[in-house]
Ligand binder design. Structure first.
Ligand code: ADP
Ligand code: MG
Length: 373
């Protein structure tokens, strides 16, 4: 993969910087700046070397919000990156040629406003590419998408990984060559999306702890009553995992009334919404005996207040980091949980990615990474 250090001269060079500015927006304001801040080192690297920086990203918003990057421009300005917001990329040609100086930035409107982005339309990709001399990808969290701004543009101009993308690849790759004991903690939901990861790390992890709604699938496979609990779709055979010594599942749970019980004590009307304190104690002991920890997925229905286990887990992994354990965490909901705790600094590395992280860990690469080789 080519990186920024492979670029010899940036003075006056037009750089199309694909960032991941798909941040949550409420009432027209950005409510979490994590992803914007993650792009700052690359923006600074380019600006300080005199590049003309053309920022591009997509954004998806909740109903009732406008799908525009204007709120991101506001945050960038506040963070010390003055940007000119350009609604139509076709107008950018003129601005870049006649108004922009080295070290300055513009921000293009949400790329998904144009059909060609998601379709990876060649003409659209060529038009975007024609704005710049080189392409820099600092949007690791989108690198699993074969979209125009991810895989299309670098077919026309030389492509390089930005500092964030490079850091993601470097840190997540540590899981392919882990120090031992290696503990893999997997929570959240939708086993169908996470099963490949379990299979992948079954060979290298010393322990895999499964919590969150994923544990419900194991309880069901054991023949327990799962009541109204969230289960994954699809058909998968969990029996081989159940009999694997490496795989641990929760020994107690919290139901909708916050009652703590054994997993086989749930009634037909019951609903498992978090894992219990006994289970957290067991994970805690495993954490204490580990040298490398990979964590994805909350332990409970975090956003509705069933967050005790997730918070305890984050705290314990944070403490392990300060003892010198390598700790890598990621996932959209996992990051939200960590942000609420204000624990962003407490891990060796927090991935900015959700789906891209899972796919990278499973396959070892991503379409957007391959195009930078
Ligand atoms: P990430 O985004 O970190 O990869 P996922 O998307 O896999 O995590 O899963 C997060 C979702 O799973 C959250 O919405 C969380 O509330 C939910 N979840 C976790 N445990 C449970 C549970 N016991 N019941 C229902 N939902 C759960
Ligand atoms: Mg998620």
């Amino acid at each position: 993969m080519k990186t920024l250090r492979d670029i010899e001269n940036l003075q006056g060079v037009r750089v199309l910087l694909r960032a991941a500015f798909d941040v949550p927006v409420r009432n027209g304001m950005v409510v979490d700046e994590f992803r914007i801040k993650a792009a700052l080192p690359t923006i600074e690297y380019l600006r300080s070397r005199g590049a003309k920086v053309i920022l591009a990203s997509h954004i998806e918003v909740l109903e009732g919000e406008k799908a525009t990057l204007e709120p991101v421009a506001v945050v960038l300005n506040k963070l010390g990156v003055p940007v000119t917001f350009v609604k139509d990329y076709k107008r950018a040609f003129d601005i870049i040629e006649n108004q922009m100086k080295g070290g300055e930035c513009i921000l293009l409107e949400n790329l998904r406003v144009w059909d060609g982005e998601k379709k990876n339309d060649k003409k659209f990709a060529r038009e975007l590419a024609s704005l710049a001399d080189i392409y820099v990808n600092d949007a690791f969290s989108v690198c699993h998408r074969e979209h125009a701004s991810i895989v299309g543009v670098p077919a026309f101009i030389p492509g390089y990984a930005g500092l964030q993308t490079e850091k993601e690849v470097e840190n997540l790759s540590k899981a392919f060559n882990p120090t031992h004991p290696f503990l893999f903690i997997l929570g959240g939901a939708k086993f169908e999306t996470k099963m490949p990861l379990v299979n992948k790390f079954l060979g290298t992890a010393d322990t895999i702890f499964v919590g969150g709604a994923l544990a419900n699938d194991f309880f069901k496979a054991k023949g327990y009553e799962t009541g109204q609990s969230l289960l994954s779709k699809g058909d998968f055979d969990l029996r081989p995992l159940l009999s694997d010594q490496k795989v641990l599942i929760p020994v107690d749970i919290i139901d909708q009334n916050r009652k703590n019980m054994k997993p086989d004590q749930l009634s037909n009307a019951g609903k498992i919404l978090d894992i219990g304190p006994e289970s957290i104690k067991i994970v805690g002991e495993k954490i204490n005996g580990s040298k490398f920890i990979l964590w994805n997925g909350p332990m409970g229905l975090y956003e509705e207040g069933f967050k005790q286990a997730t918070l305890d887990l984050a705290r314990m992994i944070g403490e392990a980091t300060s003892r010198g354990v390598t700790t890598i965490v990621g996932g959209g909901d996992t990051i939200a949980a960590i942000a609420e705790l204000g624990m962003e600094e407490k891990f060796t590395f927090i991935s900015t990615a959700g789906g891209a992280m899972l796919e990278f860990l499973t396959k070892g690469t991503l379409p957007g990474i391959e195009t930078l080789k």
